[in-house]
Design a protein around this ligand. Structure first.
Ligand SMILES: C[C@@H](CO)C(=O)SCCNC(=O)CCNC(=O)[C@H](O)C(C)(C)COP(=O)(O)OP(=O)(O)OC[C@H]1O[C@@H](n2cnc3c(N)ncnc32)[C@H](O)[C@@H]1OP(=O)(O)O
Length: 143
């Protein structure tokens, strides 16, 4: 099922659980993230779990988080052992949407017009037509 990422980023359109497909590549180990907790889980360590970790702002999608998300997704996609990627939030929130405090070069109307800073979207858009071997699972609830 191909779902535009913009739909995932819009609280009014995004369902709680969505699947996207992406091709597999190689995983870089030992990356430290400020806004994410990234782990491999499962009996076969073949599930990549990305937990949003920006608690002070209810996991708002600031530039730093989005850049790290892009990196983590690319790392998992590059890992031939990863068969699924789960993106999840925290107990209180999946994400409070765009960072309306932190993104100095963004404003709310601009975001709504589709200018959301999204390297992740660029990453996904080139992959929708690719052969897929990896499931993307978004888990959580928008506020
Ligand atoms: C790109 C487009 C797609 O369509 C968008 O994403 S638009 C959506 C943008 N998001 C929002 O407008 C949500 C704004 N946040 C809220 O309305 C509320 O915070 C809430 C989600 C309803 C939760 O309310 P609650 O009372 O439970 O929590 P607080 O309001 O006290 O928030 C705690 C803490 O987080 C900061 N924060 C919340 N949301 C954001 C955000 N989107 N960006 C940056 N920071 C956010 C909030 O300011 C508080 O921080 P503090 O003042 O304590 O330093």
């Amino acid at each position: 099922m191909a779902v535009p990422l913009r739909a995932l980023l819009c609280p009014t359109q995004a369902p709680a659980h969505l699947l996207l497909r992406a091709p597999a590549r190689l995983c870089l180990a030992g990356t430290q993230f400020q806004y994410l907790v990234v782990e491999k889980k499962g009996e076969k360590q073949n599930v990549g779990v990305i937990q949003l970790n920006h608690p002070k702002a209810l996991n708002a999608l600031c530039d730093g988080l989005m850049n790290e998300m892009n990196q983590a997704l690319n790392d998992f996609e590059d890992d031939p052992h990863i068969g699924a990627i789960v993106i999840t939030g925290s107990e209180k929130a999946f994400a409070a949407g765009a960072d309306i405090k932190g993104d100095a070069d963004q404003n709310f109307p601009g975001m709504l017009r589709g200018q959301f800073p999204c390297t992740l979207e660029q990453s996904l858009s080139g992959q929708e037509a690719s052969h897929s071997s990896c499931e993307w699972i978004f888990s959580g609830q928008w506020l």
